[in-house]
Design a protein. Structure first.
Length: 232
């Protein structure tokens, strides 16, 4: 009895796999989604989805890089310092802007600009997968309708077998569309949004810390210059 149950399990699993139906749903969803959002946004969304398997923003590594940069800036000045940039691209661009211009306003401007760009990229990526989630059931229905066209009167052959195969493909197409939407596309959209929110929160905390340290250093420099003028 146990052996029979074990033999039935692979058969049951295989009965839920229809490569033709799966191909129609996945390929149709991908092409329609790319046509709606554009290949550039579609590719960017796929890259963000692949990035979910990697570690997100690393606060310690970026804080260390900013601290070393701060030390060099305080020692050599913003225009002569040449520190290593933090691994995070947004923070690196912020630091580059300060090294180039040497003002607090350049720090704030670079941070606002990069924050807006990051938010737009995250929103676009999440929207792409949300659209894919909407389109997947549509192509599940298309696969179902195509399978029903195979129920036309068949001359010769195994009519019962072909009919059951067409019905199975119709049912599985609908199933694949629902599963693709609710187990992959919508969860990916949510995961991208959550990862971006966590990263941005940690990034913003470091950016505010760095800007505060630069502001304090600038204030101390002004006090020293005033004292030197007073002595002179």
């Amino acid at each position: 009895m146990t052996a029979n149950k074990g033999a039935l399990m692979p058969n049951t699993i295989m009965s839920l796999f229809d490569p033709g139906a799966l191909g129609v749903v996945v390929t149709g969803t991908a092409l329609a989604c790319a046509a709606r959002c554009g290949w550039r946004d579609f590719g960017a969304a796929l890259r963000q989805a692949c990035g979910l398997v990697r570690r997100g923003f690393n606060p310690e590594t970026n804080r260390k890089a900013l601290a070393l940069a701060l030390t060099e800036i305080q020692r050599d000045g913003s225009h002569r310092a040449n520190p290593a940039l933090p691994p995070d691209r947004s923070l690196g661009l912020m630091l580059e802007a300060y090294l180039r211009h040497g003002t607090l306003e350049s720090l704030h401007t670079a941070r606002r600009t990069q924050r807006a760009i990051d938010a737009a990229q995250q929103t676009n990526a999440a929207q792409v997968f949300a659209w894919a989630g909407e389109l997947a059931p549509v192509f599940g229905l298309i696969g179902t309708l195509y399978a029903f066209t195979q129920l036309a009167p068949i001359i010769g052959g195994d009519t019962v077998r072909l009919t059951m195969q067409a019905i199975s493909t119709a049912v599985l197409s609908t199933l694949y569309g629902a599963l693709l939407a609710h187990l992959l596309c919508f969860p990916l959209a949510t995961a991208i949004t959550r990862r971006a929110a966590r990263n941005e929160s940690a990034r913003e905390a470091l950016a505010e810390w760095f800007i505060d340290q630069i502001a304090k250093a600038a204030t101390l420099a002004q006090v020293r210059r005033a004292q030197l003028r007073g002595v002179a």
